[in-house]
Design a protein around this ligand. Structure first.
Ligand code: GLA
Length: 381
């Protein structure tokens, strides 16, 4: 079978009549722990993965963007950099439009581009197909026109496109790890200072992602509501962000909060602590502690932040029964469906798959998909 990249180059040539001069790849990500903490100025611990978005491109002499999307039946969209509008058809193109719009604020004289795009990050699964697309687009412009853009800046631009143009108030985690991930390593990121530190993943373990294939509904609206609730809790406690609160402060203000707002804040405060603890535990090879922290994180997302769904909880239960204290498992990503991530000894992978295959569909009616992942380089790393 022809590889996705070969196919991309072929479609580019057939469409534009020349070979691409720039070939870009930006990875998706899996978050090991630290969920919804990023927009609370907190800590996250993701890794870039061996699934991503590829772009083939050539520069243009004018201000036109001409883009063909392999994964949407070769759908082709053209627009001018002088007239960028949000569209309701070919909605994938809003990422291109949004990224162009934020780039133009920095580089107003930017020229257009011919480009072809494809990817293999499952969409809507919580593995950041959008962020990998945004970062790939920024990288493409950087490469086409020799722009001076660092990886951190690229991540901020991608996030801004998503916040202001696509309409999701996401944090910085996904774009930053897609830009700055390192092969074989996970990254502890301080989302306030944007300082980060990489740490090797243990050779004895593998990242196994299981897609629940529960179609995520209302993700953006629920996501934005969570963000507002966190901001409300911070305001009530008189802190800049939930990063600055602890459980004692939260207890002092409990009466002033609705119960959901209180529990949202409790998730963020405890999740921040767990994220730093997990980084330290993994560094020191204390896998039983990693196991416990991931389990606690899942319970907190389920009961306090309320972003899991029953099929996901069941997947976590099945996998936890197999890995026990030798590894960890939890939901990963924004929530309301999507994937679970397991950090498991290599020797347990087939047993996990068998257990999930035997039990998950029978109980939930959904078919699982498995991805054995490695940690990869970010597009700007
Ligand atoms: C989505 C967002 C991220 C982050 C996660 C939850 O992936 O894009 O910024 O908030 O959800 O941790």
């Amino acid at each position: 079978m022809m590889s996705q990249q070969t196919q991309l180059a072929e479609v580019f040539e057939t469409t534009f009549g020349v070979a691409p001069t720039v070939n870009i790849q930006a990875p998706g990500r899996v978050n090991l722990i630290g969920e919804h903490t990023d927009y609370n100025d907190g800590f996250v611990f993701p890794a870039a993965i061996n699934f991503g978005t590829w772009i083939a491109a050539t520069p243009r002499q004018d201000r036109v963007i001409d883009v063909v999307a392999l994964d949407y039946d070769g759908e082709r969209v053209r627009f001018s950099l002088d007239d960028i509008a949000h569209v309701d058809t070919a909605t994938w193109s809003n990422y291109v439009r949004g990224v162009c719009k934020v780039l133009l604020e920095l580089f107003p004289d930017l020229n257009g581009a011919n480009l072809a795009v494809t990817g293999n990050v499952p969409q809507g699964a919580g593995l950041s197909s959008s962020a990998s697309f945004e970062v790939a687009l920024v990288k493409m412009f950087e490469a086409l026109y020799n722009l001076n853009i660092t990886g951190v800046k690229a991540a901020l631009l991608g996030q801004k496109a998503e916040n202001t143009f696509v309409g999701c108030s996401c944090g910085i985690m996904d774009q930053l790890i897609s830009a700055m991930g390192k092969q074989g390593q996970a990254m502890l990121l301080d989302c306030r200072t944007l300082d980060f530190e990489h740490t090797p993943l243990p050779d004895s373990h593998v990242i196994l992602i299981v897609n629940s294939n529960v179609k995520r509904g209302l993700v953006d609206s629920e996501y934005n509501v969570r963000r507002e609730q966190c901001e409300e809790a911070a305001k009530i406690m008189g802190v800049t962000a939930l990063r600055d609160a602890d459980l004692a402060l939260l207890a002092l203000h409990k009466q002033a909060m609705t119960d959901p707002v209180y529990r949202r804040a409790r998730h963020i405060i405890t999740e921040n602590q767990r994220t730093v603890s997990m980084f330290n535990a993994l560094n020191a090879g204390r896998i039983a502690e990693v196991s416990e922290l991931m389990a606690q994180s899942h319970v907190s997302m389920r009961d306090d932040f309320e972003i899991t769904v029953p099929p996901i909880d069941y997947l976590v239960e099945i996998i936890d029964e197999v890995v026990g204290v030798e590894g960890g498992v939890r939901m990963t990503g924004g929530g309301f469906g999507g994937c679970v991530v397991a950090l498991t000894p290599n020797s347990h992978v087939s047993e996990i798959m068998t257990a999930v295959e035997e039990r998950y569909h029978a109980r939930t009616g959904y078919q699982p998909t498995f991805y054995t992942c490695s940690a990869e380089q970010g597009a700007f790393a």
